[in-house]
Every structure is written in structure tokens, then in C-alpha cells.
Design a protein around this ligand. Structure first.
Ligand code: AMP
Ligand code: GLY
Length: 425
């Protein structure tokens, strides 16, 4: 099959801006459009005001614009069955159908698969009511992790350091804090170690492991404060040595891909495996069924392989034999957020981006244009400032120089992205 000549990217974040840029860089020269997009994406590709969770609207847009391929960014439309609907309309799509998206949309479903196929993961109890969950906590003191089963925009996981915190989390969840998403919960052992994000392009039983990366989930320097969607990333994550990566492939990636296929799921999309590198070995924290944000912002710029060709082969079931070509450099992304994120934050603050070094790319997330045409903040995570360099130190210096040069009254960013790896060197 020839490569598609016209692609729709679904989503509005930094991940989608990165996908748009990488797809536009394909030697095949595709037309790329996006829905709903943001102010940065709009500078690169035509954006259409169809929300990422408007499944019928997105199918109609893909048909009206006569695209021949759809790449889905976020988890919500996948869980709502966007890929099922597109395929039913005869449109090839990269991103799993609802049965595959359930691996992210239900942590209990995933835990059951991990246990059934003996893939390393934390021991856990599964509960549909408060009383047995509280009784389990009595037998399993803190630190312990309480998780809502369903999607909760990254907020449904409480790593409780005290018994009181764990109890409060259980009570809140059964009181409906996350609606139907927390009517069932998991309580699992707390894993200790460093985390890494392993993004895998999957097509049935075939897979390609993308370059390693590490995210920084907490809002504050030194990994303090509440969890966020991700405040910064770098690639490669050298804590994943070649020997550890081999273990991850043998003990986690291959068994996961086969388990999913054995369960009768024809998964064609990104399996993003969150892994804790514990003293006993790598252990699965979670599956996501999409590219990570902001992992994508550091992983895709390192690919020499044509992303369009890679995703198209995965969608078509033609991934076998694909070899990945990766650049021998380092990337680091600092997320500029609006002060107040991940709680309440203002919108509409003017952003000024001066000319930046050639090896710095600013991927837009929550940005828009105001009535005067100025670039303004329009979300919690606003920009992903990504730099490339021959060393992590060089990439870090460039990214932070750019973050300092960008002006916005409410800008906030962590100062220590990449610090762990830099300190090890
Ligand atoms: P998730 O929403 O599943 O990505 O979880 C959010 C974060 O909670 C993860 O990135 C980890 O930092 C932390 N986490 C989740 N499960 C565990 C666990 N079993 N032990 C320690 N930390 C965990
Ligand atoms: N950066 C973590 C995620 O995309 O879920």
C-alpha cells in the first residue's frame, strides 16, 4: 500500500503538536490536518473545531476532508470507540479500538491481565465496596497505593504515605470523587525505584520499541507536590541500560503484546508501559494505550525512521521486520505550565516567544489566540520547550535558556528536569 497522502491528527496537546511536526517531516509529504488543535498546531496545519471526544464529528470530518489516515492522540476518544467507528467507515486509523483502549481505561482489567500472564507488577486487592477495602488497609499498612479503576485525567492514583491518607483516599473514591471511574478501586503495594516510560508501537503480535524516556510527574522540584500530567522529560533514559532494556523486552514487552493478542484484542497503536525499576527488577505500573505527553516531545524528534511509514505499517498490520533508526543525540523537554496547575489556574495570559536557538522547538499545548490575535495561555500545561544536543547537559542548558527567554506573567516550570541523570554522569 502506498503511504497516505492526507492525515488527520486528533487532539490538542503538545503530543499532538509533535505528531503533526513529525508527520509533516515525512519524505512522502502528506497533507496534515488536526482537530481540534491549538495555536501552535494551527501555524503548521489546518485545524478544525471538532472536539477530541466528539466521535461522530471526527468521523464526519475525516470523511468530509477525504483523509486516508487518522492518528489519534488522547485516550478518551479511543475509549469511546473512535477507532472502531473510523474502521467501520473504511478509514485506516492508528490507535486501538475500544477493547484495546480498555487497558488504559480500566486499571482492574489491566491488573487481571498482568496477573494472569505472570507479567511483573505490584500485588493488589480489587474492591467494589468501602468496608472490605478498609479491612484490606488494616492488613496492608502504608506506604500503599490507592487507584480508581477508570480514567481520571491522571488524578486517580494516591500514593499514600500514611494509613490515614490511604483511608481517606478509599473513602473519597467510594463517595464518588471520580464518579463511575472510582466505583471500583485497586489497592496495591507501593513500588520503590526510578520510573521509565517505554513506548511501543504495536500491531497485533508485532512491535517496535521506541527510544526510552523519563517523565517528571510531580509539580515541584525534587519530585514534590501533587501529580500532574507530566512536567518534563528527557531521552534516552540511561538508567535503562542495554541489559535492563533486554529484561524489559523479555519480561514485560513481549509477554504483554502476546497477552493482549491472546485475549483476542487486535491492538494497533501505542502501548505505553509505565515501568518502575525496582531492586527486584522492572515492574509494570500501568499501561496507557497512546503516546505519552510529554514523552512524545522527546522521543519523536530522535527518530530517523519516517513516523508516517511506521504508524501506517502498524495500522495496516505490516509492521513485521521494521527496524527503527534513532539519532545519536539527547533531547530534553521542559513543560511551561500556568501558575496554579494542576489545581486552578488562569487563562488568557499573553505569551511572547522570542527567536530561539535552532536546536530548540516549542511544542504548544494549552495555547490559543485572543481577539487581538495575540498568543495566550489556554490550559494548565501551556508549552513543551524541547532542545536537542550532543549531551544531556547541552540539551538542558538550551531548553532552560529558552524557558527563561519566553515571557508570560503566569509561567511556571520545574528547574530540575533531567537532574537525576545529569547527577549520575
Ligand atoms: P498512573 O496514573 O497510573 O500513571 O500513576 C501515577 C503515578 O503514581 C505513577 O507514575 C507513579 O509515580 C505512581 N504510582 C502508581 N502506582 C504505583 C505503585 N504501585 N507504587 C509506587 N508508585 C506508584
Ligand atoms: N506523561 C505521562 C502520560 O502521558 O500519561
Amino acid at each position: 500500500m502506498p503511504l497516505p497522502s492526507s492525515v488527520l491528527v486528533v487532539g490538542a496537546g503538545g503530543r499532538e503538536h509533535t505528531l503533526v511536526r513529525s508527520l509533516l517531516a515525512s519524505p512522502a509529504g502528506p497533507r496534515v490536518i488536526c482537530a481540534p488543535g491549538n495555536a501552535g498546531i494551527a501555524a503548521d496545519a489546518t485545524c478544525f473545531p471538532v472536539a477530541a471526544d466528539d466521535v461522530a464529528g471526527l468521523v464526519a470530518l475525516a470523511q468530509a476532508e477525504k483523509v486516508d489516515f487518522v492518528v489519534v492522540g488522547p485516550e478518551v476518544p479511543l475509549a469511546l470507540g473512535l477507532s472502531d467507528q473510523l474502521l467501520a467507515a473504511g478509514l485506516p486509523v492508528y490507535g486501538p479500538k475500544a477493547d484495546g483502549a480498555r487497558l488504559e481505561a480500566s486499571k482492574i482489567f489491566t491488573k487481571e491481565i498482568l496477573l494472569k500472564y505472570r507479567i511483573p507488577t505490584a500485588a493488589a486487592g480489587i474492591f467494589a465496596a468501602e468496608a472490605p477495602a478498609l479491612a484490606y488497609l488494616k492488613a496492608h499498612p502504608a506506604p500503599i497505593v490507592v487507584k480508581a479503576d477508570g480514567l481520571a485525567a491522571g488524578k486517580g492514583v494516591i500514593v499514600a504515605q500514611t494509613d490515614a491518607e490511604a483511608e481517606a483516599a478509599v473513602r473519597e473514591m467510594f463517595a464518588g470523587k471520580f464518579g463511575a471511574s472510582s466505583s471500583n478501586i485497586l489497592i496495591e503495594d507501593c513500588l520503590v525505584g526510578e520510573e521509565t516510560s517505554i513506548l511501543v508501537v504495536v500491531s497485533g503480535r508485532e512491535y517496535v520499541i521506541l527510544p526510552t524516556s523519563q517523565d517528571h510527574k510531580r509539580i515541584g522540584d525534587g519530585d514534590t507536590g501533587p501529580n500532574t500530567g507530566g512536567m518534563g522529560t528527557y531521552s534516552p533514559a540511561e538508567v535503562v541500560t542495554p541489559a535492563i532494556l533486554q529484561r524489559i523486552e523479555n519480561e514485560i514487552v513481549r509477554p504483554s503484546v502476546n497477552a493482549i493478542a491472546d485475549e483476542g484484542i487486535d491492538f494497533r497503536g501505542t502501548l505505553f508501559i509505565g515501568i518502575m525499576l525496582t531492586p527486584a527488577g522492572p515492574s509494570v505500573i500501568e499501561y496507557n494505550t497512546r503516546f505519552g505527553d510529554p514523552e512524545t516531545q522527546v522521543v519523536l524528534p530522535r527518530l530517523e525512521t519516517d513516523l508516517l511509514d511506521l504508524l501506517w505499517k502498524a495500522a495496516r498490520g505490516e509492521l513485521a521486520g521494521t527496524e527503527l533508526r534513532v539519532k545519536n543525540d539527547y533531547t530534553l523537554c521542559v513543560v511551561i505550565a500556568a501558575q496554579g496547575y494542576p489545581e486552578n489556574y488562569p487563562k488568557g495570559d499573553v505569551i511572547t516567544i522570542p527567536p530561539l536557538a535552532h536546536n530548540v522547538t516549542v511544542f504548544h499545548a494549552g495555547t490559543a489566540r485572543n481577539a487581538a490575535g495575540e498568543l495566550v495561555t489556554n490550559g494548565g500545561r501551556v508549552l513543551g520547550v524541547t532542545a536537542t544536543g550532543p549531551t544531556l547537559a547541552a540539551a538542558t542548558a538550551e531548553a532552560y535558556a529558552a524557558c527563561d527567554a519566553i515571557t508570560c506573567r503566569t509561567k511556571y516550570f520545574r528547574r530540575d528536569i533531567g537532574a537525576r541523570q545529569l547527577q549520575r554522569q
